[in-house]
Design a protein around this ligand. Structure first.
Ligand code: MN3
Length: 203
């Protein structure tokens, strides 16, 4: 299969003031596009060429660093963009809200756990909400551009919410204040999309 580099689903300034337009432009047009280009280059002629992302990640421990880092970077940002939007914020509803209460006790407790996962990820990486193999929700984090679909991940599962805690995601506006970025990030989460990811993972 071949991969595409989709349009950002909203404008660079759509997440202002929480995530600034310059950060979004660099993040999407330089960082994300760079991962995509290097990933497709690294795949060419490799024994993973033609496989789906899920299949590639399931055997990533045997892949080159270029495929692991750039394939992760390609996929992880697709999840991150698609979890955010200009009409974001608030709290989830319906089946996802019930599952969060069931797994973590409350939405507040989930938010604390997710923020902690992002804040305690040393260096660069992502925090995730995943549907694990037992169809339960779990919070985890991964280093660099790894993700929970990879066979190397501590917690495996289908990612439904991604928090990018690389400095390139926040440094222009928040400098070293990762906790402030994470606090603002809740205001741009599009829970309708996260619910859709949840329903797909559960079906
Ligand atoms: Mn990033």
């Amino acid at each position: 299969m071949s991969f595409e580099f989709p349009e950002l689903p909203y404008g660079y300034d759509a997440l202002e003031p929480h995530i600034d337009a310059q950060t979004m432009e660099l993040h999407y047009d330089k960082h994300h596009r760079g991962y995509f280009g290097k990933f497709t280059d690294a795949l060419k002629g490799s024994d993973l060429e033609g496989k789906s992302l899920e299949d590639i990640f399931a055997e990533i421990s045997g892949a080159s660093g270029a495929i692991r880092n750039n394939g992760g970077g390609y996929f992880n940002h697709l999840v991150y963009w698609n979890c955010m939007g200009p009409s974001g914020g608030g709290a989830p509803t319906g089946a996802l809200a019930q599952a969060i209460d069931g797994a973590f006790g409350s939405f507040d407790a989930f938010q604390t756990k997710m923020a902690d996962a992002g804040m305690t990820r040393f260096g660069s990486g992502f925090a995730w909400l995943v549907v694990d193999d037992d169809r339960k929700l779990a919070v985890t984090s991964t280093p660099n551009q790894d993700n929970p679909l990879m066979d190397v991940a501590d917690v495996q599962g289908q990612p439904i919410l991604a928090l990018d805690v690389w400095e390139h995601a926040y440094y222009l506006k928040y400098q070293n204040r990762r906790p402030d970025y994470i606090k603002s990030w809740w205001n741009v989460i599009d829970w309708k999309n996260v619910s859709r990811h949840f329903d797909e993972a559960m079906s």
